[in-house]
Design a protein around this ligand. Structure first.
Ligand SMILES: [Fe+2]
Ligand SMILES: [Fe+2]
Length: 174
């Protein structure tokens, strides 16, 4: 059965597994951002709540992009099971620290995948994931800039209120 399925796709089992793992990573990111949105909303950080909700939607789009790629190549795209989503965060700042850590992790995962594609001579998938590698430049930049606001503006007085307002305005210019 396994061999029959492989006749229908140029994806090796190894690369297909990696792609499905990445589908899960993106779905997990989407769910974490949604939890961050809820936490921000509960704590009065209105703008950041909307920002994280938008991020959550983008991660779902990333997930679908990967999902559709696996399907389009005749592979078996797996609907991911998502568990262990943190619902509580230590502080406003820690939300942004975790967001940046998450993006760095995603970049590392794609780098890992690129290396494996090269090794397996899967240049089709290698080319496909270039979009994600490029996207990660912006994702990391925005997350880093958001975290930097905590030092640039400071949290005292109306600091957190100002930070909240500035977060959705961060733009990445190539
Ligand atoms: Fe993503
Ligand atoms: Fe992201």
């Amino acid at each position: 059965m396994k061999d029959l399925l492989r006749l229908k796709t140029s994806l090796t089992e190894e690369i297909e597994t990696l792609l499905n793992e990445q589908i899960k990573v993106e779905a997990h990111s989407s769910a974490v951002y949604l939890a961050m949105s809820s936490w921000c909303d509960r704590n009065g950080f209105d703008c950041s709540a909307k920002y994280f909700q938008k991020q959550s939607g983008e991660e779902r789009e990333h997930m679908l992009k990967l999902f559709n790629y696996v399907s389009d190549l005749g592979g078996r795209a797996v609907s991911p099971e998502i568990t262990n989503i943190p619902q509580e965060f230590e502080s406003f700042r820690s939300v942004f620290e975790q967001a940046l850590q998450q993006e760095i992790y995603v970049t590392q995962q794609f780098n890992r995948m690129a290396a494996r594609c090269m090794k397996a001579s899967d240049f089709v998938t290698f080319q496909f994931i270039q979009w994600f590698l490029e996207e990660q430049i912006e994702e990391e930049y925005v997350a880093r800039r958001a975290l930097e606001l905590f030092d640039v503006i400071g949290e005292e007085g109306t600091g957190r209120y100002e930070i909240d307002k500035r977060v959705p305005k961060i733009k990445y210019h190539k």
